[in-house]
Design a binder for this molecule. Structure first.
Ligand code: NAP
Length: 252
C-alpha cells in the first residue's frame, strides 16, 4: 500500500524545481496534491505531469505573500479533496549578489516577504486547519544558507536562517497536538533558481560543484525523497529539525 494513499498534500512553489519534484513524488505515493504558485502555466504543467502518471492533482494560483491567497489555497485543497494532511512550504526566491551594505531595502523586503513571511502565513493557516482536524505534517524549505553564511547573499541567508527559527518554534508549540513540523536544508540543487544564480556560467557551476564533497550538484528528486520521508509515519519521531541534504557541504 502506498504511504500517502487517502492523504492530501499541498505544495507551494510546486510549479518548478524542488516543489514540482516533490509534488510528483507525493502523487506517486498515493496523495492527492494541490499545487500553489504564482505562474498558472507552470502550476498546470505540474498538474498535467501528475495526471499523465496516473495521479490526482489540482492547481490554485497563490502568491504566498498574500494571506488571503493562502486562505484560498487551503479552502481549495479541502473543497477539492476533503482535507489537508501534509504541507510543503517551499516557494522561495534568491537575491542578487552584493555585499551587505550594497544590498537594497527593496531586495531585503522582497526576499523576506516571500521566503519568511510566506512560510509564516502558510504555517499560520495550515496549523489552524490541522489543529481543528486531528493534526498533520509540515515541512518548510530552508537551505544550507539557513545553517551557514554565504558572502554576497545577506538577505537570502537571513531569510533561510529565519525559516529554521520559525520551524523550530512552531514545532515546539504544537509537538503535543499531533502537528509535526520540520525543514529541509538543500545544498545547490539543479533547478531554474540555481540556473539564475549561476547565470549559466560554467565556471560558477564548477566552483559550486567543488564546494560539495560528493563532487556534484544535487537533483530535485533527492530533496523530494527526503521531504516525502519526513512527511511519512517513518519519520514520526523527527520534530523541529532542519535536515541538511547537501552532498556533505556543511559537514566540513
Ligand atoms: P525554482 O525552480 O525557481 O522554484 C521556486 C518556486 O517558488 C517556483 O515555482 C515559483 O513559482 C515559486 N514562488 C516564488 N515566489 C512565490 C510567491 N511569492 N508565491 C508563490 N510561489 C512563489 O527554485 P527551487 O530551487 O526549486 O527552489 C525551491 C525552494 O528551495 C526555494 O525556497 C529555494 O530557496 C530553496 N532552495 C533551493 C536551492 C537550490 O540550489 N536550487 C538550495 C537551497 C534551497 P512562481 O514564480 O510561478 O510563483
Amino acid at each position: 500500500m502506498s504511504r500517502f494513499e487517502g492523504k492530501v498534500a499541498l505544495v507551494t512553489g510546486g510549479g518548478s524545481g524542488i516543489g514540482r519534484a516533490t509534488a510528483l513524488k507525493f502523487a506517486l505515493e498515493g496523495a492527492s496534491v494541490v499545487i500553489g504558485n504564482r505562474s498558472e502555466k507552470a502550476g498546470r504543467e505540474t498538474v498535467d505531469l501528475i495526471e499523465q502518471a496516473g495521479g490526482k492533482a489540482s492547481f490554485c494560483r497563490t502568491d504566498v505573500t498574500k494571506p488571503e491567497n493562502i486562505r484560498d489555497l487551503i479552502k481549495h485543497t479541502v473543497d477539492s479533496y476533503g482535507g489537508l494532511h501534509v504541507a510543503f512550504n517551499n516557494a522561495g526566491v534568491d537575491d542578487p549578489q552584493a555585499m551587505t551594505p550594497e544590498q537594497t531595502a527593496d531586495t531585503f523586503d522582497l526576499v523576506m516577504n516571500i521566503n519568511v513571511k510566506g512560510v509564516w502565513y502558510s504555517m499560520k493557516y495550515e496549523i489552524e486547519h490541522m489543529l481543528a482536524n486531528g493534526g498533520g505534517v509540515i515541512v518548510n524549505t530552508s537551505s544550507i544558507a539557513g545553517l551557514i553564511g554565504f558572502p554576497g547573499h545577506a538577505p537570502y541567508v537571513a531569510s533561510k536562517h529565519a525559516v529554521l527559527g520559525l520551524t523550530k518554534t512552531a514545532a515546539l508549540e504544537y509537538a503535543k497536538q499531533r502537528i509535526r513540523i520540520n525543514a529541509v536544508c538543500p545544498g545547490a540543487i539543479e533547478t531554474p533558481l540555481l540556473e539564475n544564480f549561476t547565470g549559466g556560467d560554467n565556471s560558477t557551476r564548477q566552483y559550486l560543484e567543488s564546494l560539495h564533497p560528493i563532487g556534484r550538484l544535487g537533483k530535485p528528486h533527492e530533496i523530494a525523497d527526503a521531504v516525502v520521508w519526513l512527511c511519512s509515519d517513518e519519520a514520526a519521531f523527527v520534530l523541529g529539525q532542519g535536515i541538511a541534504i547537501d552532498g556533505g557541504f556543511t559537514a566540513i
